[in-house]
Structure formats: C-alpha cells, structure tokens
Design a protein around this ligand. Structure first.
Ligand code: MN
Ligand code: MN
Length: 478
C-alpha cells in the first residue's frame, strides 16, 4: 500500500506560538472582556496586600466561602464541595474547595502574590523643611527609583492603636482627594545628576513625599507645616504623630487602571505583578464547577517581592499548617505521614508574571524563548540566573501534564524565559513548594514595564491565565 502523504505535514510538524486574537471567536472575546473588566475592578480596589486580601475575601464570601477558623474551633468536618478560606494576619490568604478525593491524593494549587513594589512610609516619617511638610520613606521591592518621582501618589494603609483599634487609610483614589508626590530636579539644574547612572540619579533617601505646604494658624506653634499635617490627619483619622510607630502606610500610584491601545487590547495599571495572576486564580477557583476531583487551592501570598520572608511570606509555614488543618478536618485520623503525602502528591501552578518581549529592548531577550504580548498565558519551566542558579526547574513529565490540561481546556499558552541566559534573572515561590516534592511550575501573565508604577498586560493573556488556572484546578489527572 502506498503511504498517503499527510497534506498538512509541513505545518503540523512545526511549532510556533500564535497571537491568541487571531483565532478568538466573538463569544470568547466577549467573555475575555468581561473577565478583564472584573480584573480591572479588583486591581483598582486592591492596591496593597491588605486591600487585595480583603477584596478577595469579599468575593469569596459572596460566592459562599466560609472562614475555616470556625471549623478549626468547633471541629466541624469539611466534606467534598465545601468552600473555605484561611487568612494569615490579614495579608496572606488561602481559599479552598474540598475535592472528591482524600487530601492525601494531593491538591491542585494555584499560588500567586498580592504584594507589589511600592514606597513604604518610615516609622518616624514626618518632618518639615523650607516651608514644606514631607514623609520620609523606604521603598519596598525591586524598583527603578527614577520612575517613582513626579507622579501622583496615593497613601494607603493602616494605623493600629495600642488598644488594637485599626484605622484604615486611603487618600488619593477618590477624584476629590488630594494626592502626594516626590520631586525631581529640573533639567536646568540637572547637569551633575545627569552624569550619574540611572540607579544613582535618584537616591533612596531622596524618595520623600511632599504632603503639605501650608502652616498651621497657631502663633506660638513650632514646626507649623508639620503640625498642620498632624492636625489634618487627626481630624480625618483621629491619629497622633506617635501612631506612625505602629502603622503600615504605603505610597502607591494614584488612580485606577485603564484600558490601553486604540483597540483596548491591553490593561495599564499599578501592581499587576502579581495581582493579575492573583485575581485570575481567584476567579478560576470561584468558577470551578461542582465538586472538583482534587481539592482546589488558591494561595494569595504576601512578601514575594522581598523574598517571601516573614510570617506572611511563602517561606513561612502558613500553607503547611493550613494543609494540616485541612487534613485534620477531612480525615478521621490525622497523621504527619498523611500530610507529607498530601503535599508530595500535590500539583501547583506558581502563578507569577513573566517579562514580555519588548521591541524597544530586544537585546535583553532571546526572541524564540521570550513570551510575546497576547500569545497566551506564559509557562516558565525554569527561572534562575546564569546556569539556572536558584531555579526550580519543572520536569518534562509535569509539563506534559500541563500541555494535556491546557490543550484540552482550549487554553492559548506559550513558553517564556526571563531574558537572555547571562542577562540577569529572577525567581518566585515555586522552589519553596517544590521542597515538599510537589510538582510545580511557573505559569502566569507576561508584562511590559514590570515593577514600574504602571505595568502593561495583554487582555488575551489575562483571560488565558484565568482559563488555564480553571482548567488546572478542575482537572482530574486522567
Ligand atoms: Mn511577581
Ligand atoms: Mn515582582
């Protein structure tokens, strides 16, 4: 018999990631726009880790999720289909839908983070100089300092009084609110500054924000400009200068995110690293139909941007402890061995952003292996730097599972490395979970201008992250 030549052999043998808009149906486009609108709303409301945490809980509770603390206290069992969440200090959050299988068979986890680079206010911040009142700051996360001057900033956070009373602060988001800003030198006097490198041109100690320029109308008062700010803060929030000592206040770019491009195909906004993955993961969990085969977990972590350290970071035991509580509430006999099995048998998408190919800066990327705008959610086998140092390198076997799940789920996806081999690098929370023997891979949305006050993401990528996470959470490993 003559071998019949496959007509499409030429094209079907080759692989290239394609722009997802080329094959999108009108119905899918509509759904994508809808998910993106919800995402932009979340992004506008959750500008700090605390706000994102609270907003996530509001969405979870509206969908019938209950605080697991009640079960931990009463011992009331959790059954397949039950929906619960567990909070860590109002910053890190775990949300769970109990699956049909016992926890020892493993969980399907999507883990992102809700902290973002920003400008934190110091403990003794307020001072005045030459007719101006200023707040001294200490930046958080990897920022290019020159990007944060001369833009409108909003002040978000909390004062916590010694009696435990918490006062939430948000100034600069309402269009009627004032905003704050950090100054830069005028070019006319920038000769010396202009000779410095980009990273030295603006110094960390010079990132102080102006918060006032009018003196208090009290004749004998010292430091009248500073005192006027204290007076206004007291009127609005009932706080005194000493209350800065037990406060967490963050300066973030003011204003909500915007659609970008004439075709409205992108989102421009602050803090998309990593709220873009955090929100799409959360939304996917809310949309998991019925009772999933494996227990579905979404983790929204804090402190990723400074190395996942501290009690609310992924390096802490919050998730392991939470899994122990889950096991205790879903089995008759709790054992450490069963917990270890539950962790080792779990699959995880470490949901964090990656860098997109930027045509203005092609030199830092190797094009074939860099994610491209709107070519789908980006799967990253390894990050690290130089010889993959510090990387959590996902196995080919696990990626094969992800291919099957995404292809079956109609997910447009691509692979991406963070830059050229010797260019630099990065990493996220994957390695912390891999320690348990868990199968884990990075999977998230590509960004342009990552860590800048305004980051740019493609709407199709955002939508495909949601679709990918959903397909993953509900997958039955068959
Ligand atoms: Mn990130
Ligand atoms: Mn980051």
């Amino acid at each position: 018999m003559k071998i019949k030549k496959e007509k499409t052999a030429k094209t079907s043998l080759a692989y290239t990631a394609k722009n997802g808009y080329e094959k999108i149906s009108p119905a899918t486009r509509k759904h994508s726009d809808q998910i993106n609108r919800l995402y932009m709303d979340f992004l506008a409301k959750g500008k700090t880790e605390r706000e994102a945490h609270d907003e996530a809980i509001a969405l979870l509770e509206a969908a019938g999720f209950k605080n697991m603390a009640a079960n931990e206290k009463s011992g009331a069992r959790l059954r397949p289909g039950d929906k619960v969440y567990r909070s860590c200090e109002g910053k890190t959050l775990m949300a769970v839908t109990i699956g049909k299988r016992p926890l020892a068979d493993g969980m399907h986890i999507v883990g992102g983070h809700t902290d973002a680079p920003r400008i934190d206010i110091k403990q003794n911040p307020l001072y005045e100089n030459s007719g101006l009142a200023l707040l001294d700051t200490h930046y958080y996360g990897g920022i290019k300092k020159y990007q944060w001057v001369t833009i409108p900033l909003a002040l978000h956070g909390v004062f916590v009084k010694p009696d435990g009373k918490k006062v939430k602060v948000c100034i600069g988001e309402n269009p009627a609110d004032p905003v704050f800003c950090i100054t830069d030198l005028l070019p006319h006097l920038g000769a010396d500054q202009g000779k410095k490198t980009l990273s030295e041109g603006i110094e960390g100690e010079n990132l102080d924000a102006i918060v006032g320029s009018a003196p208090v109308a009290e004749k004998d008062r010292k430091e009248k400009f500073k005192y006027n700010v204290l007076k206004l803060l007291h009127e609005r929030y009932g706080v005194k200068e000493e209350d800065f000592l037990s406060a967490e206040l963050e300066l973030v770019p003011a204003n909500p995110p915007r659609e970008a491009g004439l075709d409205r195909s992108m989102v421009l906004g602050y803090g998309q690293d990593d709220r873009v993955c955090a929100y799409t993961a959360l939304k996917a969990l809310l949309d998991v139909p019925g009772t999933p085969e494996y227990t579905s977990v979404v983790l929204l972590c804090d402190k990723e941007e400074i190395g996942s350290v501290g009690s609310t970071g992924m390096a802490a035991n919050f998730f392991e402890n939470s899994a122990a509580e889950l096991l205790n509430l879903t089995t008759d006999k709790y054992s450490e061995l069963t917990l270890k099995r539950a962790m080792a048998n779990s699959w995880m998408l470490s949901a964090d952003v990656n860098a997109l190919f930027d045509p203005l800066y092609p030199a830092v990327s190797e094009k074939k292996n860099t994610a491209v705008m709107n070519h789908g959610v980006c799967v990253t086998k390894y990050c690290g730097s130089r010889g993959k140092s510090g990387s959590s390198d996902a196995s080919a076997e696990f990626i094969a599972h992800i291919r099957r799940i995404f292809d079956r789920g109609g997910v447009t996806w691509q692979t991406g490395e963070l830059g050229k081999v010797d260019q630099g690098g990065g990493g996220t929370i994957a390695y912390l979970m891999a320690r348990y023997g868990m199968k884990v891979i990075d999977c998230g949305v590509g960004l342009l201008s990552m860590h800048a006050p305004m980051e740019l993401a493609g709407k199709l990528d955002i939508y495909m992250a949601y679709k990918g996470y959903l397909a993953f959470l509900k997958d039955g490993r068959k």
